[in-house]
Design a protein. Structure first.
Length: 483
């Protein structure tokens, strides 16, 4: 070994035979340059000189040999010299990078349509909701319906979070169990809320609200378990009947049959989907892994956003200024826009992973994230605007879109999408707090008759949009949030 480092010819992972040091200049090339050329691929991919030193030492090159051949004191000094002489070149992975957030646009649009189809049930159930308006300006039958709907949005948002968490832990049986127990419990409590808020409403209106609560619980189970197509099939007869009712009178008996038939079909499909099947967990979560309190912020987010949507749809009526139908296109547009919103959320997560791979500094990643948020949000608002213009044009007796009304809707869209974005990253507490404060401020303004409904809406939604957008930039501009 005194004459040089000798390894078996062709042995993998070994250094080439290294000649004795020669004087650089006219007499011959620099031996460090020769070594750098031979180890070019490894040195170029090293992220620290210590990696190179480890290779030199693992192949038996001693400090004495290094001093004799290369004129440096030890392997670490030689490694630093090699690291400085070779430019960084990191090999790219073969094939496209994995993207767990890739989602099909058609599937997301289908979910948006499924979200909107229950609105046709209100068309069929309209005769059940008629009655003299109360002090709030709404027909008496509408009050229990809204009470049950707001409770259902809150309850089922929390229930969906709990079930999705179990699915994420690999325990599909626990997810089914939570849906099988939580769905009926929410339907029962929703019916109770409708009964408590009934006032002078007819029993038929309370029954309709109870049926709506049953539908919300069953639909939540189907959506969480990925049964969108089954839900769409169950709602198709009711949808067809509602479309017919818009252009031709439909007997009350036929309306009732379609409503009960669709609700029963959805409930049966939900029970079948959530029924125990002897699933074996892919992980072994400990008891108490998913505490009930963890779902509370999601429930509050569902409640507060539901209140904001109700005000956007019925603000004119609650303020004593108009008819409830004039704002219905805005509510329909918001509901349909949840399909594009979901696809853009996946798109943001996908672009976030690409930004992590392409950015070399935290500042560059923050800039990339800000651009991605702006592009995705602009695309969502464009979709919402298009849907609002289309529903307004098709809706009977809908007034022309005013500047204030449109500004309020788009600002509410910012609140909704940024809130969903924060929720998808698990940062729902801040979004829920902002939306709750916005809902309380809007309620206080309506109760005290402070300003017109659209002026108040623009102010409240604008403040919430600014606060939530700032929260998005602060939280999601960190690389550690994208995991």
């Amino acid at each position: 070994m005194s004459g040089g480092l000798r390894m078996p010819p062709g042995a993998p992972g070994t250094l080439p035979v290294i000649p004795r040091q020669r004087t650089p200049g006219w007499a011959g090339p620099d031996p460090v340059d020769e070594l750098a050329e031979r180890l070019d691929d490894f040195v170029a991919a090293a992220v620290h000189p210590d990696e190179i030193a480890a290779l030199l030492e693992s192949d038996g090159l001693s400090d004495d040999q290094i001093r004799e051949r290369y004129g440096v004191r030890n392997s670490f000094a030689l490694a630093e010299e090699l690291y400085e002489r070779v430019a960084r070149r990191y090999p790219e992975p073969e094939g496209p990078a994995p993207d767990p957030w890739r989602a099909g646009l058609l599937g997301c649009l289908l979910r948006g349509v499924v979200f909107a189809l229950p609105g046709f049930g209100h068309v069929l159930g309209a005769p059940l909701l008629v009655g003299p308006p109360g002090d709030h300006g709404l027909p008496a039958g509408t009050v229990p319906l809204l009470a049950a709907a707001l409770f259902g949005w809150a309850w089922n948002q929390g229930l969906a979070h709990r079930a999705y968490t179990w699915l994420g832990l690999g325990d599909r049986a626990a997810a089914r169990r939570s849906l099988l127990l939580g769905g009926p419990a929410g339907a029962l409590l929703g019916a109770l809320m409708a009964l408590l808020a009934a006032g002078t409403a007819a029993p038929a209106a309370v029954a309709f609200a109870a049926g709506q609560s049953c539908y919300l619980g069953a639909a939540t189970a189907l959506l969480v378990l990925g049964r969108e197509r089954a839900l769409l099939a169950a709602l198709s007869p009711m949808t067809a009947g509602a479309v017919l009712a818009l252009v031709h009178p439909v007997p009350d008996a036929a309306r009732l049959t379609l409503l009960l038939g669709s609700a029963a079909a959805v409930a049966v499909l939900a029970v079948l989907a959530a029924a125990p099947r002897g699933d074996t967990p892919t992980a072994a979560p400990e008891p108490g892994t998913v505490p009930l309190a963890a779902s509370l912020p999601y429930a509050l987010f569902g409640l507060s956003t539901g209140v904001l949507v109700v005000y956007a749809a019925l603000g004119d009526v609650l303020a004593g200024d108009g008819h409830s139908a004039v704002a219905a296109p805005a509510a329909v547009a918001l509901t349909l826009s949840m399909g594009p919103a979901e696809w853009l959320l996946h798109r943001f997560r996908s672009r976030g992973l690409a930004g992590l791979r392409a950015s070399s500094t935290p500042r560059a990643f923050r800039r990339t994230t800000a651009r991605t948020v702006a592009v995705c949000l602009a695309a969502y608002l464009a979709a919402l605007l298009t849907l609002n213009l289309a529903t307004t044009a098709l809706w009977p007796h809908a007034p022309a879109v005013s500047g204030l009304r449109l500004a309020g809707l788009l600002l509410l869209g910012v609140v909704m999408w940024t809130g969903l974005l924060l929720q998808s990253f698990g940062a729902v507490t801040g979004a829920a707090l902002i939306c709750l404060l916005a809902a309380l401020a809007h309620t206080l303004a309506l109760v005290t008759h402070t300003g017109g409904p659209h002026t108040v809406g623009v102010a409240v939604y604008g403040a919430a949009a600014v606060a939530q957008s700032a929260l998005v930039c602060v939280l999601l501009g960190r690389a550690t949030a994208h995991r």
